[in-house]
Design a binder for this molecule. Structure first.
Ligand code: ZN
Length: 161
């Protein structure tokens, strides 16, 4: 069946003088890839300058979120460690950050805390960490890096819509 269709298409092209059916077909394929790409798949980069490359992340409610944190710097994690910590609404970033400082044995995630929705591993230069979690309810949340002292610079808004 496919061969017949192809043959027909070639004859059509030959007869109409349009000899470039390929680009149109490739465009169609590319469009398909783009639209089927999951908008809840997020890549967040961090670096040796104590920065995230995004101040805002938007995801759709009611779906899983797959987030990959990459450390594109070179410094080791004991000097320039980064994580992504998504905090529940109403969490005070400063007081959470201070609590997190004492949790060096738990990747700077306070063990007793119920303020964390999701978090990645703590990573150093050249590493990455991927997590999957259910998008929380529609609203605006804070995300930070909970490595000591980083939350002042490394924070942003996680918006569920
Ligand atoms: Zn950090």
């Amino acid at each position: 069946m496919k061969k017949i269709v192809w043959g027909f298409a070639l004859i059509m092209c030959a007869s109409c003088g349009n000899n470039t059916p390929k680009p149109a077909e490739q465009d169609a394929e590319n469009t398909e890839v783009t639209t089927s790409g999951d908008e809840n798949t997020i890549t967040l980069n961090s670096d040796d300058r104590m920065m995230f490359d995004r101040k805002e992340i938007r995801v759709k409610a009611g779906k899983k979120v797959t987030l990959t944190l990459k450390h594109i710097g070179k410094m080791p994690k004991n000097a320039m460690g980064h994580n992504f910590v998504l905090l529940k609404k109403g969490t005070d970033i400063s007081s959470f950050g201070i609590k997190a400082m004492t949790a060096s044995d738990n990747q700077y995630i306070p063990k007793e805390s119920d303020e964390v929705i999701a978090h990645t591993d703590l990573i150093g230069g050249g590493e990455s960490s991927t997590i999957t979690f259910d998008a929380p309810e529609i609203g605006e949340y804070d995300f930070i890096c909970s490595f000591p002292g980083h939350y002042a610079m490394m924070k942003g808004k996680f918006i569920v819509e």
